[in-house]
Each structure stands twice: as structure tokens, then as C-alpha cells.
Design a protein around this ligand. Structure first.
Ligand code: IDP
Ligand code: MG
Length: 160
């Protein structure tokens, strides 16, 4: 019984969450951090950062041919972003759920995009779409020594 229970237990994951320049400018950094903290996820890394085009071309490599890509580069370099690593059970999928849909008008109220944004080109936040892209994005945006392992005293109150 113990073995089958631990076999179905979700893996602990890490995800890369980024508050885009509009989210920073509009004073939503605290609000977005608060939602991940209050859910019970654990902060692994955090910094305010001025992204450059080279980094964004790597981050958004799959979108380079899209007509909106030049505008996306301009948007994402228009001011500082807030880079974060959040850790916990199923956090990649749950993080995307907390962000909402890519298009804010398809995002349910209660999600970050659904509560604070209106158009896709100013949708406030980024979240990794898979465990593999999370690991890739964490490496891209952070040096190894910026991502910390630490003991969260709430762990036993968040997980059974
Ligand atoms: P995601 O951020 O929800 O993963 P992606 O399809 O990966 O969505 O697109 C990355 C980002 O590119 C979006 O969050 C948004 O900022 C921007 N974007 C996507 N589609 C459009 C568009 O049609 N017009 C303008 N910007 C777009
Ligand atoms: Mg994406």
C-alpha cells in the first residue's frame, strides 16, 4: 500500500515564472508573488532584470517567424522583468493554470491574466509550458548560484 501510494504521488517540479515589463510597471509584482506564496509553492530564485534581444530570441525561439515577434521583442525589452523559480508538486501545470490563457479575454476571472489584463500583447506574465521547457528556461535566465535550495518550514503544512 505504501509503495503504490508513493508511486502515484506527483513529482516535485520547478517552473520559470516571469512578470513582464507591463506587470512590473503596473505594480503587480507583489500581487503575483503573493499568489504563488499563498498557494504553498516555494520560491527558488528571484530577480529584477533587464532582458536583451539575444536572450529573448532564445527564450521565444519557437515564435521567431510569427508576425508579432518584433513587437514581442520591443515589449519584452521595454523595461525590467521579474524572473522567478517556483517549486512544488505539479507546479508547471498549476502555474499555467494560475496565469490563465495566453489571450486574457479567454482567461477566467481569478487567474492572473483574467484579473489584470485585456490583450494578448500585454498579458503581464510568463509561465513555462512543460517540465522540459522549465528546466531550459531556468538555465537561460539564472546562473546556477542564483537558484537556492532551502528548507521550507511550511512543507509539512502544505503537503500530506
Ligand atoms: P504563452 O505565454 O501563454 O505560453 P505563447 O503562445 O508561448 O503563449 O506566446 C508567448 C507570448 O507571445 C505571449 O504570452 C504573448 O505575450 C505573445 N503573443 C502570443 N500571441 C500573440 C499575438 O497574437 N499578438 C501579440 N502577442 C502575442
Ligand atoms: Mg509559451
Amino acid at each position: 500500500l505504501t509503495r503504490s501510494r508513493s508511486a502515484v504521488r506527483m513529482a516535485m517540479e520547478r517552473t520559470y515564472i516571469m512578470i513582464k515589463p507591463d506587470g512590473v510597471q503596473r505594480g503587480l509584482v507583489g500581487e503575483i508573488i503573493k499568489r504563488f506564496e499563498q498557494r504553498g509553492y516555494k520560491l527558488g530564485a528571484l530577480k529584477l532584470y533587464q532582458a536583451n534581444e539575444d536572450l529573448l530570441r532564445k527564450h521565444y525561439g519557437d515564435l521567431q517567424e510569427k508576425p508579432f515577434f518584433p513587437g514581442l521583442l520591443k515589449y519584452m525589452t521595454s523595461g525590467p522583468v521579474t524572473c522567478m523559480v517556483w517549486e512544488g508538486e505539479n507546479v508547471v501545470r498549476m502555474g499555467r493554470q494560475m496565469l490563465g490563457e495566453t489571450n486574457p479575454q479567454a482567461s477566467a476571472p481569478g487567474t492572473i491574466r483574467g484579473d489584470f489584463s485585456i490583450v494578448v500583447g500585454r498579458n503581464i506574465c510568463h509561465g513555462s509550458d512543460s517540465v522540459a521547457s522549465a528546466e531550459k528556461e531556468i538555465k537561460l535566465w539564472f546562473d546556477d548560484n542564483e537558484v537556492l535550495a532551502w528548507k521550507d518550514h511550511s512543507h509539512a503544512w502544505v503537503y500530506e
